[in-house]
Design a binder for this molecule. Structure first.
Ligand code: GLN
Ligand code: ZN
Length: 762
């Protein structure tokens, strides 16, 4: 028998009912008992669906009230002291306190789950004395069995991954922590075995990152302990998002099955499988259906891949599964009623992927003929997309071929451009600016709704936007900022806005995925060749410039950010998609320049998060990411000043790449990790214009002049004053009007103090 398995199902619900329930509960509009009932219904629904689809190994305990790492921490009573947790099962008030903060205690940190756009709550170990508060996997297993007769497969985050993702301990304490947690894991597993659980999925995605010899030894200890203590239980050691590091060591661990990603780690895992083989006493979970992308799989290709695999691992020891949990894809394409049929037919969200898994398992066992009809339908759908007009445009295809071999470069090096730009703009020492967006008030959001609904025509909406621009140009002049922006009032989202105007994009109705907690995002879909179809930002920027004699910066989202925050096609390399986007943006940059806009910012906040999981691939990715930025920005005149902006603060390992982007000015978020960033500039001199954010925009607090003066002075110890800019950390669209104006006034006051102090030195 060839089993099909699901590694995890999206929590949010087909209609985002999970999100709605959470938010209603937080807002006090839902009693706890009613909330529990609603969540149970959602949970059971998901299990029922997987059963109906015919999945053999259905996951339980993958469901969460917020995040699975937080669940694991809560299961072990690892709750920071500030939440005054008193033991026993963790109450929802404490659970959500850790996730979202309370009146008295700040929330735990949240960070990205590997290279996905999902964020988990970072467990804080310091001061914790772990105990089992509740055997959650057991509760989930019982529920599925009692309510639906499903023999579920509990999913648990493995100890190595859990500890590596936690903080609040030093490296030398790692093993002490491991030995504290191991008996608790054993207890959980024992209780599962006693209950009659057949399979447990232990997720260890950390195995795809670089492992040390010590880590391998730890893995041995962990899994030997488990099998010795709970001999009857079958463990699938599950990895995902890349190929495993140390394949040979991992496959010899004493577990019954190993799950490998044959989509995102295809090359590495397949090669390792061929080189080292696979132990005859183990089952292989072959992750062949993409748990991250939204595209229908070519069943034909997947079958060929499975045949390659079954040449090495007999079919009876195979589980056909998704490459990772389906948490990262939307629920079902059923509700996509507005997409072009050719596109809709080529999509597979979670539910459709379950069907694919079942079909593949069937065909591996009984041959292709068994699914002949489905195979043909699949071929037809994929071929139709491939042949559709928007999919490949000759002009763009040729352009990318050219761009691949070119070295895009500004006509002169920065030092010369800097002189030309200073001569033209006559900016004062420490020029002040903002990152682009100003508060999107209720009024702004309402106006957009009216326009989207058709109650306002284009001209009414455009007039409203102009009015907002007027208000803010005046305010910026009053505050005495040096380089102004138009405020981005016409944009809800910095990627969607451009996607709607470029060719090659589609927007789904229901392509929601969980980003963190109840927050869901609906990424645009890049399904075809991206092409510039007309000016996107010129009108508003030109208008803003017409209202002031100070320079107004044009504002674009960069190619890598647009790509990383979209679902992208998987038939061409990401590098090519980046170049297509870059080339389209270049045309917008040129249009802005021709319209008299002499400073243009191309935001790239998502460059860092696109870094591949494998360190050896970093350099390759960064090289084409930098190149894409340069393609977009290199054709302007020397006097045109290119700005860029990045949000994230861990830059120490990529300062060279940032410099290579060759932007005349970069603004970066720093206030939350000032020390670290300053330190990296001590080690590397940065030779281009740079503005370090001098205040945190994530809070409504108005920072004092002294505080900002402190930030400025510290930065000036390591940066060249002649190249230094002063700006907030990021865009201000989530802030209120009053606090924004007050903060910017203080920022300008702090700048004046710094100018007085440093003018003489230069
Ligand atoms: N220009 C954008 C803004 O100000 C930049 C946002 C970002 O970096 N995330 O909103
Ligand atoms: Zn930012």
């Amino acid at each position: 028998m060839v089993r099909s398995s699901s590694l995890g199902y999206p929590r949010i619900g087909a209609d985002r009912e999970w999100k709605k329930a959470l938010e209603a509960f937080w807002a006090g509009k839902l009693e706890e008992s009613e909330f529990e009932l609603q969540l149970q219904e959602i949970r059971l629904n998901h299990l029922r669906k997987q059963k109906e689809k015919g999945i053999d190994l259905i996951p339980v305990n993958d469901f969460s009230y917020y995040d699975h790492i937080l669940d694991t921490a809560a299961m072990f009573g690892i709750i920071p002291e500030r939440f005054a947790f008193e033991g026993g099962a963790v109450p929802l008030s404490v659970y959500y306190g850790v996730a979202r903060g309370t009146k008295n205690a700040t929330a735990s940190e949240m960070t990205k789950w590997f290279n996905t756009n999902y964020h988990y709550i970072v467990p804080e170990l310091s001061g914790a004395s772990p105990v089992i508060t509740e055997n959650k996997p057991l509760i989930a297993y019982r529920e599925a069995k009692e309510k639906l007769g499903i023999e579920g497969k509990p999913v648990i985050v493995g100890p190595l991954t859990f500890l590596k993702l936690s903080k609040g301990y030093s490296a030398s304490e790692f093993d002490t922590w491991l030995h504290t947690l191991l008996p608790l894991y054993v207890q959980i597993l024992k209780e599962l075995a006693e209950e009659g659980v057949q399979w447990v999925q232990i997720d260890e995605p950390i195995l795809v990152t670089k492992l040390s010899d010590a880590d391998v030894a730890r893995l041995k200890t962990i899994y030997e302990t488990f099998t010795e203590a709970v001999p009857g239980l079958n463990i699938v050691l599950q990895t995902y998002f890349e190929s495993v590091d140390r394949y040979a060591d991992i496959i010899s661990l004493p577990v019954q099955a190993i799950g490998l990603d044959f989509v995102h780690g295809l090359q590495g895992n397949l090669e390792a499988l061929k080189t080292f083989g696979f132990p005859a006493d183990k089952v292989l979970g072959a992750g062949v259906i993409d748990g991250r992308g939204i595209w229908k799989a070519s069943l034909r290709e997947k079958l060929a891949l499975l045949e390659e695999i079954t040449a090495l691992v007999p079919a009876e020891r195979l589980i056909v599964q998704s490459s990772s949990s389906l948490l990262h894809v939307p629920v079902s394409t059923e509700r996509e009623t507005k997409l072009e049929p050719v596109l809709k037919e080529a999509l597979a969200y979670a539910d459709e992927k379950l069907t694919e898994l079942v079909l593949l398992a069937k065909a591996v066992l009984s041959g292709r003929a068994e699914i002949a009809e489905e195979l043909e339908a699949c071929d037809r759908a994929l071929q139709a997309l491939q042949e559709s007009e928007a999919r490949s445009r000759d002009d763009i295809g040729q352009k990318v071929v050219d761009l691949r071999v070119q070295q895009p470069e500004r006509s002169r090096p920065f030092a010369q451009r800097h002189v030309a730009q200073q001569a033209k703009w006559q900016l004062p020492l420490f020029p002040t600016t903002t990152i682009g967006s100003f508060p999107q008030s209720a009024e702004v959001r309402k106006a957009r709704q009216l326009w989207r609904k058709g109650e306002w025509n284009n001209e009414q909406y455009a007039a409203f936007i102009r009015q907002q621009i007027d208000i803010w140009i005046k305010l910026q002049e009053e505050i005495e900022l040096d380089v102004l922006v138009h405020g981005e009032f016409e944009r809800t989202d910095m990627v969607e806005f451009f996607g709607e105007k470029l060719a090659g994009f589609a927007f789904t109705q229901n392509g929601w995925v969980q980003s963190y907690g109840s927050r869901c995002v609906k990424p645009p879909v890049i399904f075809g060749d991206v092409a510039f179809t007309g000016e996107m930002t010129v009108e508003e920027t030109k208008y803003a410039q017409s209202r002031t004699s100070r320079p107004v910066k044009g504002m674009l989202t960069g190619p890598i950010t647009i790509m990383n925050w979209s679902f992208v096609r998987d038939d061409i390399p990401r590098e090519d998609i980046a170049y297509q986007l870059a080339y389209a943006l270049r045309q917008e940059v040129e249009a802005l320049e021709s319209a008299g806009i002499g400073m243009i910012q191309v935001d790239e906040p998502a460059v860092r998060e696109g870094l591949p999981l494998k360190e050896e691939e970093h350099a390759g990715y960064l090289a084409w990411a930098v190149k894409a930025f340069r393609i977009a920005t290199c054709t302007v005149q020397d006097t045109t000043q290119i700005h860029t902006h990045m949000c994230y603060c861990e830059f120490h390992d990529m300062i060279d790449s940032i410099e290579a982007m060759d932007a005349d000015v970069i603004s970066i978020e720093t206030s939350r990790s000032h020390g670290e960033l300053i330190h990296s500039f001590e080690l590397n001199t940065y030779k281009l214009g740079i503005g370090l954010g001098v205040y945190d925009i994530h809070s409504p607090r108005v920072p004092s002049v002294e505080e900002m003066t402190g930030m400025i002075e510290r930065a000036l110890r390591v940066l060249d004053p002649k190249l230094f800019w002063i700006n907030p950390d990021c865009g201000l669209k989530t802030r209120g009007l009053e606090e924004t104006v007050a903060s910017l006034r203080n920022m300008v006051d702090a700048t004046k103090i710094a100018r007085d102090k440093h003018a003489a030195l230069i």
